[in-house]
Design a protein around this ligand. Structure first.
Ligand SMILES: C[S@@+](CC[C@H](N)C(=O)[O-])C[C@H]1O[C@@H](n2cnc3c(N)ncnc32)[C@H](O)[C@@H]1O
Length: 403
């Protein structure tokens, strides 16, 4: 991942239509794309969010067709910019979620689907209108090529200390995990080398592969008494006997001794946990958090920005020198998140943001604040990020008539 070193600043903003800018990004040079395209809500935001094709008899069909026609060539250009090990994460809500999923299957291939994450950005739920108080939207994730994909769907951030309730006298937190494999697919027929006797003493807790004074021989069994297998091989038990403990437990058929792994909270190399596909506002922030983050830097000049925590969670799945691209940058959340992540872990990530110089809506907060185009909003935030967080900002104007 050396492409990061070819960008002098942490943040680069390209002002222009992403369809013109994307083909100029060297093919295969981007590690991860996070983006949040117009959702086609029909609302009046600082930017246009209404795509309609009047040639369809059914207005819904026309709406989806126009949006899909806008997105298809842009996603194709995103795919070309991605490295073979890269991945793309796209935010979307119910307006176009179904159409985006089919479009991404078409452009990236169904075989490269990673996840459709539910993102709980509005924990109280939307109170306007009829029906449900919608409290979530989605992030659709696809690999450029799943077998080579670098995305690690786990994070150190998601580990919850409360899951490790026990503490040794010297203060190390742990929990007990049964050494027996509880998955019924694994049994003495499917994994014969893992079915063997271990020797344990529940008085002292000691476990060994060979018998010792006071030990009892234990073979793994399922709750219903059928033979099971251990999760660890004999050599592994020999290497780490101190991470195992023989204890008495109360099973369906009364008390019996069994063997447990002491699973430590702090492991060598760090402990990672697989990310679930529901991301809560309390973990990544909400739309309210995002509005406050933007307000602190530039003002309340953009509707529904994303919280930096959402982008940082995506960044946490990739190496700290990732080249990041956001072709629908809006208020510049992705670039802000990249700078915060670099400061937090000393990383050298680079972020390329693209936003068109579409005029802000007459009378909008942005226009009243003197920001004539949406790209002016992006630039104002990324300049404030460079000032307050660091990393600098390069601005590239797509055509000379853009200010
Ligand atoms: C939903 S907003 C992105 C919000 C952003 N994630 C944030 O947190 O602020 C979509 C953005 O895409 C921009 N946009 C729409 N069409 C574009 C195009 N063809 N090229 C570049 N930017 C575009 C709009 O101006 C708008 O700022």
């Amino acid at each position: 991942m050396s492409a990061a070193s070819s960008y002098p600043a942490w943040n680069t903003l390209h002002v222009g239509d992403n369809l013109d800018v994307l083909p100029r990004i060297p093919a295969g040079s981007v590690d991860v794309v996070y983006t949040d395209p117009p959702y086609n809500t029909g609302n009046d935001f600082a930017y246009a969010d209404r795509f309609r094709d009047g040639s369809h008899a059914d207005p819904y069909a026309g709406r989806h067709a126009a949006w899909t026609a806008m997105m298809r060539p842009r996603l194709q250009a995103v795919r070309a910019a991605l490295a073979p090990h890269g991945a793309v994460f796209v935010s979307i809500d119910d307006n176009e979620a179904a159409h985006l999923r089919l479009l991404m299957d078409e452009v990236f291939g169904e075989a490269n689907f990673l996840a459709q994450v539910v993102v709980n950005l509005n924990p109280k739920g939307r109170q306007l209108g009829r029906g449900f108080a919608t409290s979530h939207e989605y992030v659709l994730a696809y690999a450029r090529h799943l077998p080579s994909c670098l995305v690690d769907g786990s994070t150190t951030e998601a580990v919850d200390e409360a899951d490790f309730p026990l503490v040794t006298p010297d203060g190390r937190r742990f929990r007990y995990l049964p050494l027996r494999n509880t998955n019924k697919k694994f049994n003495p027929v499917s994994a014969p080398t893992l079915h063997y006797p271990l020797h344990g003493d529940p008085e002292t807790g000691r476990v060994s592969v060979t018998a010792f004074d006071g030990s009892t021989a234990l073979t793994p069994v399922f709750g219903d008494g059928r033979p099971a297998v251990w999760r660890w091989s004999r050599p592994r038990v020999e290497e780490r006997p101190d991470d195992l403990e023989c204890r008495v437990i109360r099973g369906r058929s009364g008390e019996r001794a069994d063997i447990f792994q002491r699973d430590w909270l702090h492991r060598e190399g760090g402990r990672r946990r697989k990310l679930r596909t529901i991301w809560l506002a309390e973990e990544i922030g909400s739309t309210d958090t995002a509005v406050a983050e933007l307000k602190a830097l530039v003002g309340h000049v953009f509707e529904s920005p994303k919280p930096t925590g959402l982008v940082r969670r995506i960044l946490s799945m990739l190496p700290p020198d990732a080249v990041v691209l956001d072709p629908f940058a809006g208020s510049g959340t992705t670039g802000h998140a990249v700078a915060l992540a670099n400061v937090a872990d000393g990383g050298t990530r680079r972020c390329l943001s693209i936003n068109s110089a579409e005029p802000t809506r007459e009378g909008s907060n942005a226009r009243l604040a003197g920001l004539a185009t949406v790209a002016d909003i992006t630039r104002a935030r990324l300049a404030a990020v460079a000032d307050r967080v660091g990393g600098g900002l390069e601005v590239v104007l797509e055509s000379p008539d853009i200010r």
